[in-house]
Design a protein around this ligand. Structure first.
Ligand code: HEC
Length: 118
C-alpha cells in the first residue's frame, strides 16, 4: 500500500493548487477583504476618491462622506455600493474613473457586514 502515499499527496497538492487558482481569478491575490475597517480601508478609499467632492463645505448630492453617519446611511440604504459598482439607477461614482475591483470588494464586504464604525 506504500505506493498510495505519493498518489494521495499528489492529489492533495493538485486540489490545493486548483482552489488557489480559482481564488486568484475571482478575487485577485493581492486583495485582502478579511478585515475591512471603516477607520482604515474604507476611509482611505473615500479620502482618496470621494471626499474632494463630498465634504462638509461641498457635499455633492448632500453627502459629506467624511461623516461616518452619512457614509453608513448611504451604505445601508443608499447608492454607495451601487454608485461605485456603476449599477443603474445610481449615478456612477467617482464620475471620471472607477475604483479598482479590490477597492469595490472591500467596500462591499464592509457594507455587507453592517457598515460598522470599526
Ligand atoms: C468629481 C466630483 C465627485 C467625486 C470625485 C465623487 N462624487 Fe459622488 N457625486 C458627485 C455629484 C456632483 C453627485 C450628484 C450627481 C447627480 O445627482 O447627478 C454625486 C452623487 C453621489 C451619490 C448619490 C448617487 C445617487 O445615485 O443617488 C453617491 C452615493 C456618491 N456620489 C458617492 C460617491 C463615492 C462613494 C465616491 C468615491 C468613490 C464619489 N461619490 C466621488 C460628485 C462626485
Amino acid at each position: 500500500m506504500k505506493f498510495l502515499i505519493p498518489v494521495v499527496v499528489f492529489l492533495l497538492l493538485a486540489g490545493a493548487s486548483c482552489t488557489y487558482n480559482k481564488e486568484e481569478e475571482l478575487y485577485g491575490l493581492a486583495c485582502d477583504t478579511s478585515n475591512v475597517r471603516y477607520s482604515v480601508e474604507v476611509k482611505n478609499i473615500l479620502d482618496a476618491n470621494c471626499v474632494s467632492c463630498h465634504n462638509a463645505s461641498n457635499p455633492g448630492a448632500g453627502l459629506n462622506l467624511r461623516d461616518y453617519n452619512v457614509v453608513k446611511t448611504s451604505a445601508l440604504s443608499g447608492c454607495l455600493i451601487g454608485s461605485v459598482k456603476q449599477i443603474a439607477p445610481c449615478v456612477p461614482m467617482p464620475p471620471i474613473n472607477k475604483l479598482s475591483s479590490c477597492q469595490i470588494q472591500q467596500l462591499d464586504k464592509w457594507v455587507k457586514s453592517g457598515a460598522p464604525n470599526n
